[in-house]
Design a protein around this ligand. Sequence first.
Ligand code: ADP
Length: 882
Amino acid sequence: MSKQQTPMIKQYLKIKAEYEEAFLFFRLGDFYELFFEDAVKAAKELEITLTARGKGEDKIPMCGVPYHACSGYITQLIEKGYKVAICEQTEDPAQAKGVVKREVVQLITPGTVMEGTTIQEKENNYLLSLSEFEGGQFGLAAADLTTGEVRVTCTESLYDVIHEAASYTPKEIVIPPAFPEERRKRISHILHVTFSEESSTASVGEMTRLVHNIEDEKHRLTVVRLLNYLYRTKKRSLDHLQPAAFYFAKDFMKLDVHSKRNLELTETIREKKKHGSLLWLLDKTVTAMGGRLLKQWIERPLLDKNQIENRLGFVEVLMDRFFEREELKENLRDVYDLERLSGKVSFGNVNARDLIQLKKSLERVPAIFETVHRLEHSYADQLMAGVDRCTELQQLLEKSLMNEPGISITEGGMIRDGYNSQLDEYRDAMKNGKSWIAALEQKERQETGIKSLKVGFNKVFGYYIEVTRANASSLPEGRYERKQTLSNAERFITPELKEKEALILEAEEKSGKLEYELFLSVREEVKGYIAKLQKLAKVISTFDVLQSFAEVSEDNHFTRPDLSSEGTVDIVDGRHPVVEKVIEQGDYVPNDIKLDERSGMLLITGPNMAGKSTYMRQLALCSVMMQIGCYVPASRATLPVFDQIFTRIGAADDLASGQSTFMVEMMETKHAVSKATDQSLILLDEIGRGTSTYDGMALAQAIMEYIHNEIGAKTLFSTHYHELTALESELDKLKNVHVSASEEDGEVVFLHKVVDGSADRSYGIYVAQLAELPEKLIERAKVILEELENTDNKEVLPEKVPVAAGILETESAPSSVNEDQGQLALFDSTLFKDEKKAEKRNRELSKKEKDVIKELESMDLLHVTPFEAIQAIHQLQQKLRK
Ligand code: ADP
C-alpha cells in the first residue's frame, strides 16, 4: 500500500477498521465503491469488473455498484453469508469543506436483512443469540426483525441448545466474544450460520421496554445481547420489536435436527425443498402470516393435551361448516402481511399503497371475527377476546388516504379531499387557476380568431400561449409578450397568465409538501397501532392455519385422532400422508399400527423396498400432525402425546458434514437411547447395516434390549437380520411384524401390507433385479445364496441359539466397515471370509496404509472433540479408499 493516501482513502480506512467483518459499501456520488481486499473479493463474488483507483504505486483495487441498483448485489452477498456495511455521505457535497463527511448508516447481515429475495413470504428470518452459563446451561434468544417477534428460552446442554436453535433455521447467531471456538465448530457442523460477536449486555433505552417482563437474569442477558447487536447494526429505533416472550423448550415435543430431517417435516432430505415435505402437504394457508405460523407449529408440536384438543376441536367445526370455512378463507385472502407491515412502518419504509393494503385488510377483520363467532367455538372465541380490531385505524386510513395513491410519498396524490382544509384550499386554488386557464384559451381563440391557439405548460417556461408561425402575423401588435420561438410556432405570455401561474405553482408546491407532512403524520399514528396489529396478526394467522388443516384433512380424508392417556397407539388403515399424495391415486396400501403396554416394540422385517421405512414414518408423522392440531391420515386413530420422537431412518447420510454413515447412525442412536423416556417414540431403521454382519447384528440386538428393558419407549425397529426375530420369545413387549411380498412367476410383488410374524426372506436379489443389474451377476448371486442357505448359513447364522450368542462371535468375525451396504457386508463376511483373511495376512502394507497407521498413532485423543475425532477418522477412511 502506498504511503501517499488521499484524504478520502484515509477516511475509508478509518471507517473500514470499524467494520472489518463486512464489505464496506462506500458512497461516492452515484456509486457505492469497494476498495482493497473488499474490492477483490466482491468483484469475484458478484462477478463485476475489478478496476483500480490512482496510478503506479498508489494504485488500489476498486470496484463499484450503482447506488440505485445496489439491493440485488447486497442480497447476493448476504445470501452467501456475508455482511455489508452501508456508508453514506452525511453532508451535502456542495457544502463540504474538504472530504465529504461519511458514516455507516446500517450494517446488513444475514440475520438482520429486511427486504430482498432473502426474505421469503412464508418464512421467518430469525437472528439468534446464545449465552453459556455455569453448569452447562445455555440461553437462547431469537428475533425476527421483519415481524418484530422476540423469544427467549434456556436449555440444559449444548446438544439441546443446538437442536433448539436449529428449529429456527437461523442464518446468523450472535455470541459473546469469548465463546469457545470448539463450540462454534460444533454448531457449524449442524447449522450453516454466520457468527457475529456482541459484547454488550447492558440494557439501555428502548431495550428496557423489551425485557421488562423477563425476570431471570440469564434470560434477560441473552435477549439484551441480541438487542444490542440489532441496535448497533440497524442504528435506528425499532418500534415494532415486541417484548421478549419466554418459553420452556420442554413444553413442546422434542425433535432433534436429525429426526426433523429424516421425517422431512419442512423440507426433503435430498433436495432440501419444501415440495414433498409435511409442510408442503399441510400448507393451504392463504396469508403469508399463516404460512409462517404453520412452519413454526410444525417445528414445535404441542405437549399440552388441552391445547391439542382445542385446535382439533376447531378444525372439526371448520370441517363441519363448509360455508363458513369458505367465507373465512375468502376474507383471509384479502389480509395483507400485518406482521411485516408493522416492521416496515417502524423502519419508515411504508408508502401510501402499503397503508391502503392495511386498510383493506382491516376492512376484512369484522367479517372474519363475525364468521368465526358464528361457529360458536369457545377456543376461537377466547382467541378473539380482547383483541383490538383496529377499527379506528381503519377509519383513519379511510378518511385520510385516496384509494389508489401513487408509489412515491413526495409527489402528492395520496391524501383524500376533505381530510385537511388547508390542503383543500390549495387544491381549490390549483383547480380554479386551471379552469381560469382553460377559459383563457377559449377567450383568446375567439378574440383572435385563431382556432389552433392553445395554452400549454412546461417546466422551464411555465404556462404560455402557443400560436403557429403561420398565424402569428395575424395577432394584433402588443397583444402578448413573446417568450420563445420554435421552428413552426411562437410562444407568448401575458402578465395575467403569469400571475395565475404563480398562484397555481405555489399551491402545487405547498400542497405537495403538505401532503407529505400529512402522510408522515398518518404513518406516525399507524406506529401507535403496531402492538395491536401484531396481536391481531397472531389471531388471524392462527385461524388461517386451522382452516388450512380443515381443508387438507377434508381433501385427503384424514380423521380426528383420539388422545390416549394410557400410551396406546391404535391406528387403523394408517397412511403416510406425503407418499400417499405422490404415488398414483389409490395405490397406497393402508396399514394398521398397534402399540400398547403389552407390546410396545415392533420388530419389522421384510424385503427391501417393501415399505418398512414408510410404515415407520407414518406413525411419526401421524403423531406430529396430531400434536400440532391436525387430523391424521387413517380411518381411525388413537395416539398418545409423545414427548420426543427419535429417528434413525434411511441411508441419506451426512457425508457433506464430514461424518461417515455408520458414525451418524451410531450418534443418532446414542441420542435416542440417552434421551428417550417411556413417553417417547423411537424409530430405528436398519440399525447396524453400516458395519459387518456380526457387529451389526450384535449392536442391533443390544440396542433393542436396552430400549426394551431400560427405557420402555414405544419403538419401531426394522431390520434385515432375520435372526433378531427370535428375540420375540425373550423380550415380552416385542412383537414381530413383517411387510409382505409374494412371488408370482418368479417375480416379486411388494404388497406393502404389514402383517404379524416375521418375513421368511429378504428378496434383496429381486430388488437388484428390479434395479436391472446384469443378469449374469443376478444369476451368480442366486447360486451363492443357495449355497449359503444350504451350508454356511448354519455356521454363520445359528438357528434356535439365543440370538445374543451372535454377539460372542463378533471377535472372530471380520469387522470390515462397509458404507451402508448391509447386504454386501453379508457376502463379505461369509463367502469370502477365509480368502480375505489369507489375502490380508499375505499382503505387505501399502504406503498409504502405513501413512494412515502413522497418523493414527500420532493422534492426540485427549485434546480433540468427538466431532474432530469423527472427522479425522473419516479422512483416514477416505485416504484408504482412494
Ligand atoms: P423399505 O424401507 O422397506 O426399503 P420404503 O419404505 O422405503 O421401503 O418403501 C419403498 C417404496 O415403496 C416407497 O417409496 C413407496 O413408493 C412404496 N411404498 C411404501 N409403502 C407403501 C404402501 N403402504 N403403499 C404403497 N406404496 C408403498
